[in-house]
Design a binder for this molecule. Structure first.
Ligand code: NAP
Length: 333
């Protein structure tokens, strides 16, 4: 596609012009973006929804990120995309038109649209054994899972507990932890138990029936991915030299570990730390290799068409998804 064709290109996108609930997300026809010298133009076939998309709709975070103090102007969300390169900027060396790619473009967002531009440095060739929908499920959640496990210093044979194991991040974390040789305990509610066993979890605990912090079992590593528990509960279930990594969950879980974590860690013994995941093409390539080796498979809960993105974001905002939620943007011709 040449520069003058791109300039005339219109696309369907999910835009929002005011902060609020997912209802502010509207389907619109807007001009397609034009790639800068270090960017590629991607025809997006599928995107996935992350909690980040829900959180960007209101509150201080989007305002701090420069979405606009009072209102966002024609903002397009969507961090995880999979598609095909249509055009490349003049400094692009790693990709060419026709390449199938996936990536986390949360440095600029714009994935809930038929076309998006992204820097080549954050993209990776799509895994050969995945559809575009499956590939779009991977980037942010899987890289967060990998970075969380690495931050916790996971080692083969470690006893690892994952709280919130059945969501987007957790389903990747269970599989990646297993690929590292850990003994994995996955914690979630009743109807998610079977799926977690199928992913390879060695033990599953139904939090509606059993309090894993009072079972007497001690873990080398606990990853708090969702929900809330007081930090003292987590520490009770941690070995004396164990590590706790706060990945996400309710605001008070995040606040507590950020405030108390450094104090606990300074005393020696247990380590309490927080993860701030960042998009990273090397980490995504690492996950891609695990996927192509058959060690990791994306878990997809639901797929929505682009026009129903608001519904998809609302569903993810409820924090009950079993795996990832996909937006199918256009059929792969
Ligand atoms: N640190 C970072 O840089 C970073 C990066 C990405 C995401 N995050 C955060 O990580 C968190 C998880 O993201 P995600 O994409 O995995 O979310 P998600 O897909 O919405 O997670 C949904 C899952 O969480 C489970 N869950 C909810 N409450 C729970 C509880 N009290 N105990 C155990 N499981 C519970 C649900 O299982 P049940 O229905 O069985 O309860 C559901 O399967 C979010 O808070 C997100 O903002 C952080």
């Amino acid at each position: 596609m040449n520069a003058s064709t791109i300039k005339k290109l219109e696309m369907k996108a999910i835009v929002f012009n005011q902060y609020g609930t997912p209802d502010v997300l509207k389907l619109a026809n807007v001009p397609a973006p034009t790639p800068k010298d270090d960017q590629v133009l991607i025809r997006v076939f599928a995107a996935s929804v992350n909690s980040a998309d829900y959180r960007l709709l209101s509150g201080p975070i989007p305002r701090l990120m420069g979405f606009g103090l009072l209102r966002p102007k024609d903002k397009i969300m969507g961090a995880d995309i999979a598609g095909r390169i249509e055009a490349v900027g003049k400094n692009v060396t790693r990709f060419k038109p026709g390449d199938e790619v996936f990536g986390d473009i949360s440095t600029g967002f714009g994935g809930f649209a038929e076309y998006v531009c992204a820097r080549e440095s954050i993209l990776v060739k799509k895994p050969a054994n995945l559809t575009f929908e499956q590939a779009a499920a991977v980037p942010m959640a899987a890289v967060t899972a990998l970075q969380g496990l690495r931050k916790g210093g996971v080692q083969p044979g470690n006893r690892v507990a994952i709280v919130g194991a059945s969501g987007g991040v957790g389903t990747f974390m269970v599989q990646i932890a297993k690929s590292f040789g850990a003994e994995v305990t996955a914690i979630s509610s009743t109807k998610k138990m079977e799926g977690l066993r199928a992913l390879g979890a060695d033990h599953v605990i139904d939090y509606t029936r059993e309090d894993f912090t009072r079972s007497g079992q001690r873990y080398d590593l606990i990853l708090a991915v969702n929900g809330y528990r007081p930090l003292a509960d987590y520490r009770r279930a941690l070995k004396p030299q164990g590590t706790y990594v706060m990945v996400g969950g309710e605001g008070r879980q995040i606040f507590e570990s950020m405030v108390n974590g450094p104090l606990v860690s300074r005393r020696g013994g247990q380590t309490v730390t927080n993860l701030t995941a960042a998009p990273n093409a090397d980490d995504l390539s690492f996950v891609k290799d695990l996927i192509e080796a058959g060690k990791v498979t994306p878990v997809i809960d639901r797929t929505y068409p682009l026009e129903n993105t608001a519904e998809a974001v609302r569903y993810v905002g409820g924090a009950r998804a079993a795996g990832k939620v996909i937006i199918q943007i256009q059929e792969n011709p």
